[in-house]
Design a protein around this ligand. Sequence first.
Ligand code: ADP
Ligand code: ZN
Length: 732
Amino acid sequence: MTDAGDTSNFGAVVSVLLPVAVPGPYSYGVPEGIAVEPGDWVSVPLGPRQVAGVVWDTAPGREVDPEKLRPISRHFDTPPLAEETRRFVEWVAAYTMTEPGAVLKMVLRSGDFLEPPAPKMGVRGIGLEPPRMTDARRRVLALAEGGLAWDKKTLADEAGVGAGVILGLVKAGVMETVPLPPARVEKCLDPDHQAPALTSDQADAGMTVREAVRAGHFSVNVLDGVTGSGKTEVYFEAVAEALKTGRQALVLLPEIALTAQFLDRFEARFGALPAAWHSDIAAKTRGRVWRGVLSGDIRVVVGARSALFLPFKQLGLVVVDEEHEAAYKQEDRVWYNARDMAVVRARFHDAAVVLASATPSIETRVNCDQERYRRLQLPDRYGGRDLPTVGIVDLREDAPERGRWLAKPVVDALAACVEAGRQGLLFLNRRGYAPLTLCRKCGYRFHCPDCASWLTEHRFRHVLMCHHCGYSVQAPETCPSCGGVDTLVACGPGVERIAEEVADRFPDARVAVLSSDMLGGPSQLRQQFADIANGEVDIIIGTQLIAKGHNFPGLSFVGVVDADMGFGHGDLRATERTFQLLSQVVGRAGRGADPGQALIQTHMPEHPVLTAMVSGDREAFYAREINARRDAHLPPFTRLAALIVSGKDKQQTRDYAARLGRVAPRGRDGVDILGPAEAPLALVRGRFRYRFLIKAARSVRVQSVIGDWLAAAERPRGSVRVAIDIDPYSFF
Ligand code: ADP
Ligand code: ZN
């Protein structure tokens, strides 16, 4: 029970955490006759509004003047928020240095979730005869015998009568209107619906994850298996076990574009669909899913990172597929990594975690080496299929012709592939037509007015667009600076430009261009994925969207247009990420009956990532990269955090950053502070940006260091903000 203060007006005083960015819970009075417990959902007045929140465990503040104390206005008849989830909310808030209410906002995105929709009304017989009996009426009453509630339309259809007959019976008082039981959100999932015969490696791993779920305590299991080794089949074993033990399972996927194919597989395996949760789900369905997760009726959720904050009643398993993906990192409001927070959440729930990847992150790999995580390996592709052979095209020797981007070996291999009736994929991780447009005469470059970035030409849409803020302008005919006609030139390729070259070289091929910004949105994307899987496309041109997870059995050749793009400066994970991305792209080939081949265009064939790709020796790559991190005192051997100071007024923002720089705790043991420095992306959406990087020994609680530091320099009034990024993934 809550430690309630005594006041004259109310029976008790409790803390209520609200989904708003304030420092902590507020105190409210509990009116006589209402009893609340921590975790209960209530509605309370906040200023002029009514806000839904959760009764919290902390003792209410003593400072509230009893005269000013306002009462809880409503106690929802909804299952409580589990204690494990409440502790998780507090933990995430402390770790990410955000208000607990901002984290609760991720749990309760809308107060409407707490209101079940009005039940649909049906009818039932009450065992009486109508004063006037007809054949139609008799048929209806015969069906309705037994007192079961019927949907009016279903009953009319089955009895072969019009709707008027039913209404007549209600009017005559021999049938009554009653609420129908709510439709189930999730059909019954059967853990044994269609279990595949597992290979012996798969069976070993499957047994281990099943046992981990059955054990009912916290464990982290890393499924480290090459592309196409059956990782999904193995973690389905864990899901099956969760279904058997009656606890809920959550499967996180990095991209919602992946969910369609995944849902089909899930349905084939378990006989019904799981609940899906991502930004594309309709608001009404969201409410139903949310309530089903809270009540425990929904057993399995598949979703994007935000699904991690659903109010699970009894979570037994969290799967993080493609655990190395940067898409799990949210860099907005609450800056968190869903992979890491999934592990934390599982610890609170005594649940098992499965992290699956063909290219585990260095962090995860080190956790395995240090035996904090259990590593389960699937070294071979399913069905005796070989991994694709990988070759290098040295662009210094095999340069494409002027204005072209595909070197001869790639063109030849693609031609042979299409000729043989198979599919080829060209990969370039850049959307649009060209990343920069300039005037050949005066040198003018198109850049975003609100960001320090060039505008990317999107030729299909005839616009120039900023990839940081979405700003776009009609592609102009003349140079806005010198008025030159026909002087504008596109520099560098994007996928649309590759498509142009392919159309020219392969006029008869059926081509699909895939990137996240194509017209038509997610539904068209799903259609395109289906077309590819059905063999209705010969050549696929795509960004990283195409690199992940998809299974295209007809695909046998992969050409990487530019492997060097990822080796940017200033990102400690540049090498790792390039290795992961290339492994995934290359891994798309040869998953069907035909063997796969990949060619990678590069100016740096001797780069360790590329030599590892060619030799297939991933262990050598990991060993080398882990050593490099250790030698450079980089994560996971140290901890990083970033402060991003931004504001609309450049002078004020820079001054504040400088002031923070002067009071930075530089002398502290085990703490190193770099900055302030103008951010590589110095202007985003009209905000000027400066960065600090904090490097700390793992034993240092970096949050306290930052907390003390920020308290030492008062933030100016106005638009200046400081974002805190613990364990940063981007450095621009
Ligand atoms: P990964 O997730 O490791 O890339 P998948 O689980 O997608 O691998 O498996 C690759 C392909 O092989 C899929 O089409 C999958 O259905 C098939 N597959 C894997 N294991 C089995 C199995 N034991 N029985 C039948 N098909 C399997
Ligand atoms: Zn912009």
